[in-house]
Design a protein around this ligand. Structure first.
Ligand SMILES: O=C(O)[C@H](O)[C@@H](O)[C@H](O)[C@H](O)COP(=O)(O)O
Length: 236
């Protein structure tokens, strides 16, 4: 696995369109190799801005949206359509604006009363057939979490399941579903997309190989840290 590549941007207003442009060209590249592009989305404010920037870009028409497969790295375990769900936010910002193949959009299940463990097991079953992901996007929390893998939580050491339930999350809502580290590493490229002063300590620790979840995921071909200056201020 390659060394992380750190790409700095002046601020979030520069970072967001740059990541959107990278998203478009990376998907087009994957498709030009004859593949259905396999993309893992994440949640959070920065990610939602990136999805909207992709939707707003005239270059989006370069993508054959029927040949993109969408997955999620984690989900907030809430009822279907809840505005706080990562799926809802991705659909509102991007997926509802482009001609995706619904059969190729794989949200983690909403809360229907079945429990997060059942939702995680169902997603793990879907993932058994999935090819290697082309792009796996991750935000980073101030505590260094990625997806819904939080510092000190038992899910960090799970290696025998592709997806897990998370309870008592320090970031609301309390119940979530998350991919586990072995699956986060099944991507050609892992992109950490991070903005803001409040993430600087976590970014510094992660890139120094410190004890934070964000230090773990690595792309099989490339690991990109796509940062604004504020998030990068503790880097040497
Ligand atoms: O469900 C979630 O909240 C995300 O998956 C989470 O991992 C997020 O990406 C980070 O917390 C960064 O979020 P912000 O970009 O909003 O800071």
């Amino acid at each position: 696995m390659s060394e992380p590549l750190v790409l700095l941007h002046p601020d979030a207003d520069a970072l967001v369109p740059a990541v959107a442009a990278r998203f478009i060209t990376s998907v087009v590249d994957a498709q030009s190799n004859g593949r259905v592009a396999q993309v893992v989305l994440t949640g959070g404010r920065v990610a939602a801005r990136v999805y909207a920037a992709v939707a707003d870009s005239p270059a989006r028409s370069a993508i054959d949206w029927q040949r993109v497969e969408f997955w999620w790295g984690d989900e907030r375990f809430l009822p279907d359509g809840d505005p706080e769900r990562n799926e809802t936010q991705a659909r509102d910002a991007l997926l509802s604006h482009v001609n995706v193949d619904p059969a190729r959009v794989h949200p983690m299940a909403p809360d229907t009363g079945q429990g997060a463990e059942a939702a995680a097991a169902a997603y793990a079953k879907e993932l058994t057939t999935e090819p290697v992901f082309d792009i796996l996007m991750l935000g980073v929390g101030p505590d260094g979490h990625v997806a819904s893998l939080f510092p000190g939580y038992p899910q960090l050491t799970v290696t025998d399941a592709a997806a897990v339930a998370v309870h008592d999350s320090p970031k609301p809502p309390p119940t979530r579903v998350s991919l586990t580290f072995p699956v986060l590493d099944r991507a050609r490229e892992v992109w950490f997309v991070v903005s803001g002063d409040d993430k600087a300590e976590a970014v510094g620790k992660a890139l120094a190989g410190g004890d934070v979840p964000a230090a773990h995921p690595k792309g099989q071909e490339r690991t990109l840290w796509l940062l604004d200056q504020a998030a990068a201020q503790q880097l040497g």
